[in-house]
Design a protein around this ligand. Structure first.
Ligand code: NAD
Length: 330
């Protein structure tokens, strides 16, 4: 196996990426970047990497095989374009970018440079999501009706709330659920949302919570409750899917669903129920990314998928503000 030289830029959640790269064979962590010098020095020492406070200089000088971009969304476009110029494959944290124009520029830069662009929507790798995919692709048939609850705890980071950066909870975080629903149910044709700032007056006028419906191109519908409405100590998530063949539910602590349930309509006394230990979705995602870099295989979440999920989240906010149904990306 050839050794890949990788780097990570943005050392908040980026530290999880560093830990995953460090644990995998055939990977050399060549460089770590963060604009805060104390942060980057500490992590570069810990992971035996060269430290950069200027990520553009890092990409230019290091000529890495692959990089994880783990900075806030506003910077994703500039860093992706710089990585593409350097011939470096990109794993970009969600949300892909704050605007569809940025998403388009990122895809364009990577396409022209011939580098791979994968968006880090890690939830697709969770075993419950993969099991649901397998069920709908076999005897269950498509999900016709879904309900999701995905509310997070408090996030006192300014970039998270800014319209031109994280875009608030309905973009920055709800995108996990939107992407999961798109992966399982297909493209969204119409969004209708009621939303408001009900818990975070300091961040008005940003919307902090919403209840919204999604109509999918195949006629299926989903109801979603999402936003910043809870406390981390007891935040949890819940998904319910109804198909012709039966029902699937999974739930658990926020970002760590651990309980699975499946019932078949023709075997109502033989329901499956299971608890799983915590699953490391970051590791699965990074293993997949490196596999794609090595083989040239198309990643599970290429640029157009990242863009489509951003479009739905932006439509949720637009619908809540305009109080009318919106077609995503129109
Ligand atoms: N997949 C997941 O489960 C998951 C979890 C958390 C965060 N994220 C995503 O990761 C990204 C970062 O989130 P976070 O929680 O780590 O944020 P954070 O604010 O905790 O950390 C971001 C780090 O990036 C650095 N930084 C910011 N702009 C930079 C720039 N232009 N150049 C170099 N360094 C820069 C900051 O100094 C900081 O150390 C966001 O897009 C977020 O949505 C994903």
């Amino acid at each position: 196996m050839n050794t890949l030289r990788v780097g990570v830029i943005g050392l908040g959640i980026g530290v999880q990426h560093l830990r995953c790269y460090q644990a995998l064979p055939g990977v050399e962590i060549a460089a770590a970047g963060d604009q805060v010098e104390s942060v980057v020095r500490q992590r570069a020492d810990e992971f035996h990497a060269r430290a950069y406070t200027d990520p553009l200089a890092m990409l230019e000088k290091e000529r890495l095989d692959a990089v994880s971009l783990c900075t806030p969304p506003k910077s994703h476009r500039e860093l992706t374009e710089a990585a593409a110029r350097a011939g470096t494959h990109v794993l970009c944290e969600k949300p892909m970018a704050p605007s569809l124009a940025d998403c388009d520029a990122m895809m364009d830069a990577c396409r022209r440079a011939g580098v791979l662009l994968m968006i880090a929507q890690k939830k697709r790798f969770h075993p419950f999501v993969q099991r649901t995919r397998a069920a709908i692709e076999s005897d269950f048939g498509p999900i016709r009706w879904a309900v999701a609850k995905y509310a997070l705890g408090r996030v006192p980071k300014d970039w998270f709330w800014q319209e031109n950066d994280g875009g608030g909870p309905l973009l920055e975080n709800t995108i996990h659920t939107v992407d999961q629903l798109r992966y399982l149910m297909g493209e969204v044709s119409t969004v209708y949302a009621e939303g408001d700032n009900l818990f975070n007056p300091a961040y008005r006028p940003q919307i902090d919570v919403a209840a919204f419906t999604l109509r999918f191109a195949n006629g299926s519908i989903a109801a979603v409750g999402a936003g910043q409405a809870t406390e981390w100590a007891f935040a949890n998530e819940f998904f319910f899917f109804a198909c012709d063949g039966g029902e699937i539910r999974f739930s658990g602590p926020f970002d760590r669903p651990d309980r699975w349930w499946l019932g078949r309509r023709d075997q109502i006394h033989a329901c499956e129920e299971e608890s799983l230990p915590p699953f490391d979705a970051f590791r699965a995602e990074i293993e997949h990314f490196l596999h794609c870099v090595r083989t040239g295989e198309k990643p599970l979440i290429p640029g157009p998928d990242g863009r489509a999920s951003v479009a739905v989240c932006l439509a949720v906010k637009e619908s809540a503000r305009a109080r009318r149904p919106i077609t995503p990306g129109a």
